[in-house]
Design a protein. Structure first.
Length: 274
């Protein structure tokens, strides 16, 4: 399929424009990234497969690579581990939190993801990082584009244990266009509302409370809540996260089957309220 024949309808362009605005990113950049990964043409969106390797696709990739200043060479697993580790060690927790509280209100999946990934890797070492999923022989810029799509599309909600995703999420600087609008810190009031409901509130109840502070669909609310659990702001009884490496617990399942669509530790939220 030709890349220039994807997302050509007005409906597709409107959807992608809204996503670009929510994430404070240039429309042309987001549009180009989506055309290699997700097609909004037709009744429903669908994955993009079998892109023709022609001059059009090469030019569009070049536009993305140049816009993001991606590296010239493919990266080995050890290089990716080093890059992620160095980024985490120099990241500023307070800045990430400020961007998160604003991003969550504005529908900015990217800022939520950066905050989530930082806290997901709390207590990391290079040895621990090396245990995470790595599918590449070497990581290409085309793979970076795929991972950035996952970040923009749904904030890495199910991909955070992947080194490829974490590299794209944390190391690649997205060219945010406008100065972020600072929102009041709503998190304290949210946690207060949760505490006031005590043992009565389940995961659905958490989503319903969050609706009073943020706008989005169920997937969006779930991603915001998981971010708050990684940072220990939203505490799950008997599952503290301060002194563990969260990816080590990614396969720890709740006895409540449907809770396992959530990530650890929130998948144990309903169980902790019994």
């Amino acid at each position: 399929m030709q890349v220039t024949k994807i997302n050509i309808t007005d409906k597709a362009k409107r959807k992608i424009k809204k996503i670009a605005i929510n994430n404070n990113l240039d429309y042309d950049l987001v549009y180009s990234i989506f055309c290699f990964n997700w097609n909004y043409d037709g009744a429903e969106g669908k994955w993009v497969n079998d892109i023709d390797q022609n001059e059009d696709s090469q030019n569009r990739y070049k536009f993305i690579f140049d816009s993001l200043k991606l590296p010239q060479e493919n990266l080995t697993k050890n290089q990716v581990v080093d890059e992620i580790y160095n980024h985490i060690k120099k990241a500023k927790k307070e800045e990430l939190y400020e961007k998160f509280i604003s991003g969550a209100v504005q529908g900015n999946y990217c800022l939520i993801s950066e905050y989530s990934s930082f806290h997901y890797l709390t207590n990391l070492t290079k040895e621990k990082l090396s245990t995470l999923e790595w599918k590449s022989e070497k990581m290409t810029n085309e793979e970076v584009v795929e991972q950035l799509f996952l970040k923009i599309f749904r904030g890495g909600s199910v991909d955070r244990y992947s080194l490829e995703y974490l590299y794209a999420d944390l190391v690649i600087d997205l060219p945010y266009e406008n100065q972020m609008i600072k929102n009041e810190d709503w998190v304290e009031n949210f946690v207060k509302r949760v505490d006031e409901n005590g043992e009565e509130i389940n995961l659905t109840g958490l989503v319903n409370i969050l609706k009073g502070f943020c706008k989005g669909n169920k997937n969006y609310f779930q991603t915001v809540l998981e971010a708050l659990s990684y940072s220990s702001i939203l505490k799950v009884e008997n599952h503290p996260v301060n002194h563990i490496f969260l990816p080590d617990f990614r396969n720890k399942l709740s006895p409540h089957f449907y809770s396992n669509e959530w990530t650890y530790p929130l998948r144990f939220w309903n169980e902790s309220k019994k």
